[in-house]
Design a binder for this molecule. Structure first.
Ligand code: SF4
Length: 289
């Protein structure tokens, strides 16, 4: 571990030169703005998130403004980003912050953790990036760098989450945790990529345990993803897309789905209603008010 700690000396200079400083959510310490970016980034790539984040923040620059808007508007604004429940989480989080914190978004990790849509990672990210908290922010990029450089394995899937976390905590500096985490995150996104790490340009090259061990291959088989059109996520997205234009009778929703999904329409609607993404409207369905 200490070899990697020594190798961190070059990380700051690398980050100053190659870090993604222009990302708009990196240029603010506003916790609401950072939270919105982190929720959007949970399952979506940076390039796709950027225009959505800019539109969202222009429309609802404060927590109070989103809290006062209908949930349906948040879901409409989310069109095309996928995993629509995230829009609802943001809306519910905004309402919770108004109720519990008078509209001031918290920067304490424990308080953020209680908000809808804020898991362990998101709470740590907001506390660190907006509040400067000294905490490990182990997103997939950081976890991969830690797994390779400190633990000597091909990816975080080859190590326990506890081991990756312990490696991250051992390397966390006493000062400058924000830049440290952002630098590791960018290193994973730009240099230490999943399939083709560019070790020659890596500031950790002399200290990397995976490289020193001769790049042992992954033991765990890669996950195989089902074809998107066969998934419930596809059908749920179709239903929400149809409702974005306004309330729809059930037969129209059924017609919007391929046959294999149409027979499960009631199951999909029941699950969406339970999550609060759709509500009954007469003999049909609508987005929540
Ligand atoms: S030396 Fe290579 S494998 Fe190791 S952290 Fe750097 S880019 Fe990743």
């Amino acid at each position: 571990m200490s070899a990697v700690a020594d190798g961190l000396a070059g990380l700051g200079a690398w980050y100053a030169e190659r870090g993604r400083h222009a990302l708009p959510w990196r240029r603010t310490r506003d916790a609401w703005a950072v939270f919105v970016s982190e929720v959007m980034l949970q399952q979506t790539q940076v390039d796709r998130v950027r225009p959505y984040w800019e539109r969202w923040m222009a429309r609802w620059p404060t927590v109070a403004e989103l809290a006062a808007a209908p949930a349906a508007e948040a879901i409409r604004e989310w069109a095309g980003l996928g995993y629509n429940s995230r829009a609802l989480h943001l809306h519910r989080a905004a309402q919770a912050v108004v109720e519990r914190h008078g509209g001031r978004f918290p920067v304490e990790e424990r308080a953020i953790r209680t908000l809808p849509g804020a898991g362990e990672y998101t709470a740590a990210a907001v506390a660190c990036f907006a509040g400067g908290a000294r905490t490990i922010v182990a997103d997939t990029n950081i976890a991969r760098v830690l797994a390779r450089a400190a633990l000597g394995v091909a990816s975080q899937r080859e190590a326990s989450a506890a081991a990756v976390r312990a490696a991250g905590e051992a390397l966390l500096p006493h000062e400058g945790a924000r830049d440290h985490n952002l630098a590791l995150m960018d290193l994973g996104a730009i240099v230490c990529t999943p399939r083709a790490p560019e070790c020659d340009g890596c500031p950790l090259v002399a200290a990397c345990a995976w490289r020193a061990a001769g790049y042992p291959a992954a033991v765990m088989a890669p996950k195989t993803a089902a074809r998107f059109e066969t998934t419930a996520r596809f059908a749920r997205g179709r239903i929400i897309d149809a409702l974005r234009a306004g309330p729809r009778p059930e037969h129209e929703l059924r017609e919007s789905l391929p046959a294999a999904h149409a027979v499960k329409l009631h199951d999909y609607l029941a699950a969406l209603a339970k999550e609060g993404l759709v509500v009954r409207a007469g003999d049909g369905w609508a987005l929540p008010h």
